[in-house]
Unconditional design. Structure first.
Length: 306
C-alpha cells in the first residue's frame, strides 16, 4: 500500500499588479534571449562596437582616412605631418589613418592607395584651398586606383577651426589680446599662392574670418603665383601706420615657401599650422563630412568647402 503523495502548497492567487510585473519580466527575458546568436554566444547588451573601432575579427566598418600632404624637401615637413596624424589617431582610436604625398616624399599617394585594394577610403587633403592639386591631382590619383572605393573630402580651408589654429600660432609668436582694435597692429596671412581663382577666394575668406577674430586688418599675401607678396603687403600696411604687423603662416607644415614668408618679419612670424589640436579636429571633421555626404562609395566626390 503506497502512501499518498504529500499535498503541494497552493500558491496565492496573482493580483493584477503581480501578473503585470511577471509579464514585464517575461518580455525582458525574451528580449535578452533574442540577443543570443545561433552559435549560442550571447552578445552583451551594454557593449556596442564603435563604427570606427576594429571588429573582433580585425575588420572595421569605417573607411580608411588617407591624409594627402603635398610633400616637401624640408625634413621638418614630414615630421610635422606625422605628428598631426598622431593627434588624429588619439582623437579617433581604431580608425585606419594613412598618409600619401602628392610629390617629393614617401609614401606617394598611388602607393598608399595600392595598399588599400578592395577597401574603402576617404582622402582628406591637408591643403588649405581649392587649387590644382585638389581639383586635378587627387581625382587623377583615385581614377588610377580603381581597386579602392574612394571619396575626396574638401580641403581644410576655409573653416573656423583653421582660424583657431592660426590664432594659437600668432599668440605663440607674441600676439597680445591688447592688440585687438589697435591702430598700429595688423596681420599678413601668408599663403603659398595659386593661379586658381577659387584658391585665392578661399584664402581671402580665411583672412576675413581671422580679421573678425583679431579685430585688426588681415591682408592675404602669397609666396608665388599671385600678388601681393608678403614684403609688399607689409610695406602697404606700414604706409597706413600699421607698424606692429605679424605674419600668420597659412601653411600646413614647414617648407621653402613658409620659411621665405617668415623671413620677411622674423621677429613676429608665426609657425605653420602643423599639429595644432584644432587641425586634428578639422581633419576628422572633413573625413566625417565626406562620409555623411550620401555619395556612393565608389564615386569620387569633391565636397564644397564649408
Amino acid at each position: 500500500m503506497t502512501e499518498p503523495a504529500p499535498e503541494q502548497p497552493q500558491s496565492p492567487p496573482l493580483t493584477d499588479s503581480t501578473a503585470h510585473l511577471l509579464a514585464r519580466i517575461t518580455d525582458q527575458l525574451g528580449s535578452q534571449l533574442s540577443l543570443v546568436s545561433r552559435n549560442g554566444t550571447r552578445r552583451p547588451m551594454h557593449r556596442t562596437r564603435h563604427p570606427d573601432r576594429p571588429a573582433a575579427d580585425g575588420g572595421t566598418s569605417a573607411p580608411a582616412l588617407v591624409a594627402v600632404a603635398h610633400g616637401s624637401r624640408d625634413p621638418q615637413a614630414l615630421r610635422t605631418v606625422l605628428a598631426l596624424l598622431d593627434r588624429v589617431r588619439d582623437l579617433r582610436p581604431g580608425l585606419d589613418v594613412r598618409l600619401g604625398h602628392i610629390e617629393l616624399n614617401a609614401p606617394l599617394l598611388p602607393d598608399t592607395l595600392d595598399g588599400l585594394r578592395g577597401a574603402e577610403a576617404v582622402l582628406v587633403p591637408l591643403l588649405l584651398g581649392r587649387g590644382h592639386h585638389v581639383k586635378r591631382d587627387l581625382p587623377a590619383a583615385t581614377a588610377a586606383a580603381p581597386g579602392v572605393r574612394t571619396r575626396i573630402a574638401a580641403p581644410l580651408g576655409p573653416h573656423p577651426l583653421l582660424v583657431e589654429a592660426l590664432y594659437g600660432r600668432l599668440v605663440e609668436a607674441g600676439w597680445d589680446a591688447a592688440d585687438r582694435g589697435g591702430r598700429h597692429a595688423a596681420v599678413v596671412l601668408a599663403a603659398a599662392g595659386s593661379r586658381d581663382p577659387d584658391s585665392a577666394q578661399d584664402t581671402r575668406r580665411t583672412a576675413r574670418l581671422l580679421a573678425e577674430r583679431l579685430g585688426v586688418p588681415v591682408v592675404p599675401a602669397y609666396a608665388s603665383a599671385t600678388a601681393p607678396t608678403v614684403p609688399a603687403a607689409l610695406r602697404a600696411l606700414a604706409a597706413r601706420g600699421r607698424h606692429r604687423t605679424f605674419v600668420a603662416s597659412y601653411f600646413t607644415a614647414p617648407g621653402r615657401f613658409a620659411s621665405a614668408c617668415a623671413d620677411a618679419v622674423p621677429h613676429r612670424a608665426a609657425a605653420p599650422l602643423g599639429a595644432h589640436p584644432a587641425m586634428a579636429r578639422l581633419v576628422l571633421h572633413r573625413y566625417d563630412q565626406a562620409r555623411s555626404a550620401g555619395a556612393p562609395a565608389d564615386a569620387v566626390s569633391l565636397l564644397a568647402s564649408a
